[in-house]
Write a protein that binds this ligand. Structure first.
Ligand code: SAJ
Length: 423
């Protein structure tokens, strides 16, 4: 067995499922994380993140002795880095977590080791890893100087899994592998062959880095098109959902769905890495970001106008708004970078509004909302509300009887009730 021990650095939404799936294939995995609580719960066989099918697989991997979590690096044959790559205030990519991960593994690195970067990263980051490691370990040789003769192999193999389907997509998705040399790619392929059933395509590191950024930017631009259409249609008095359905009957048109904005840690972040590298050229990509980031304000304006109407028409002092859905997309519990949360926060700062937040997948509101809004069941919130704002199209909301919406002002930013006029 070439990889007797594999170290996964960063046990979050990508690292933990990856570590677990490798361990499930009976390879010894050590997971390295800076969060002691995560380390403790993983060693107890419990996941600190919510992802379908993960709990059971993790529990088995830990109790069978194939997965252990640690707080300090240990020697291994391969190191897989899956740490966050956020951006700073001015949208400059922040690769400090990668740098910290690299410095953490440097002391235990041995000739023959493989280092793979999975985190979505700006173009040039894989080469930087080689440079950082060379600074830390002058006793060894690295591919950015020694090419195929180097002691250490380094590559980028971006994760491409969809939250909610991670364990399935980890196995079935094709993988792009970008080595600093062809030998680096080849060794990385052997590592991924442990659990990937999709195809492997090898390229250089810069192309692999750009490929991942291009994938998420492509989706962002397409969502921006849908969001912009929703604004135009609203102005022109056209039902955008019907319009998209009709346009998509064309064999070469596939418009995505408008929503409250784009959330999560990937699509709203990664395009900025391209914009930062090529600000003059990335004009469409930047505009798409601005369109999507502007959508929550537009939703807030819609609610404000509806509330204003109620206040002047019915002389109301406080308007109650039921906000249906807080997660960043349907049928998950993940509130990270969720436009629905941002919208609720802004609404709840309005003293003339009472926000009844509905999120069937959580038990407690995030701190940013805890004081100002109430977590309520859909039934109760709708019964009490003057305005019903549908933000996330969770399947659970299908149970809401249309009659319960009667007499309410409805703002449906997902087209959930499109074509079903409440009675
Ligand atoms: N959204 C819309 N309208 C749509 C589709 C999505 O408003 O028609 C919104 C969602 O509600 C959400 C956001 O976009 O707020 C992003 O959701 P998503 O399902 O498009 O993507 P993510 O962030 O869950 O995962 C993406 C995926 N990338 C692509 O589909 C190109 C996934 O494959 C990547 O692995 C992941 O980013 C990542 O980690 O980079």
């Amino acid at each position: 067995m070439k990889f007797k021990k594999i170290c996964v650095v960063g046990l979050g939404y990508i690292g933990l499922p990856t570590a677990t799936i490798i361990a499930s294939r009976k390879h010894h995995v050590v997971g390295l994380d800076v969060n002691p609580k995560a380390v403790e719960s993983i060693n107890n066989g419990q996941s600190h993140i919510v992802e379908p099918e993960l709990d059971e697989m993790l529990h088995a991997a830990v109790s069978d002795g194939y997965l252990t979590a640690v707080s300090a690096a240990k020697p291994a044959d391969a190191f897989l880095i899956a740490v966050p790559t956020p951006f700073k205030n001015d949208h400059e990519p922040d690769i400090s977590y990668i740098e910290a991960a690299v410095k953490a593994i440097a002391p235990v690195l041995q000739p023959g080791n493989l280092v793979v970067l999975e985190s979505t990263s700006p173009v040039g980051t894989t080469q930087k890893i080689s440079e950082w490691l060379a600074d830390e370990r002058p006793d060894m040789t690295f591919p950015h100087i020694y090419g195929s003769n180097s002691d250490i192999r380094i590559s980028h193999c971006p994760e491409r899994v969809l939250p909610g389907k991670i364990l399935r997509e980890l196995v079935s998705n094709d993988r792009v592998i970008g080595g600093l040399t062809p030998q680096c790619s080849e060794l990385s392929k052997e590592l991924y062959e442990i659990f990937v059933e999709g195809n492997f395509v090898c390229t250089d590191a810069r192309t692999a880095e750009m490929c991942k950024l291009a994938e998420n930017s492509f989706r962002d631009v397409n969502i921006a098109f849908a969001n912009e259409l929703s604004l135009i249609c609203d102005k022109l008095g056209i039902e955008v959902w019907e319009l998209i359905e009709l346009a998509n009957l064309h064999p070469r048109v596939n418009i995505l769905q408008p929503g409250p904005g784009v959330g999560g840690h990937c699509i709203a972040v990664d395009p900025w890495f391209i914009i930062h590298s090529a600000p003059e050229e990335a004009r469409l990509i930047k505009q798409a970001r601005l369109v999507n980031d502007g959508k929550p304000d537009w939703v807030v304006d819609k609610v404000d106008s509806a509330a204003e109407l109620l206040r002047s028409r019915d002389a109301m002092t406080t308007v109650r708004v039921a906000c249906l859905g807080l997660a960043f997309k349907p049928n998950i519990d993940d509130l990270r970078e969720s436009p629905a949360v941002d919208i609720c926060e802004v609404l709840s700062r309005n003293n003339a509004m009472e926000v009844l937040a509905v999120e069937p997948h959580i038990e407690k509101l995030p701190e940013s909302l805890g004081q100002a809004a109430k977590l309520t069941s859909a039934k109760q919130a709708i019964a009490q509300a003057d305005i019903v704002l549908l933000l996330v199209d969770h399947s659970a909301f299908k149970d809401i009887p249309l009659e319960s919406l009667s007499g309410k002002q409805i703002i449906d930013v997902r087209g959930f009730w499109s074509g079903k006029t409440p009675v």
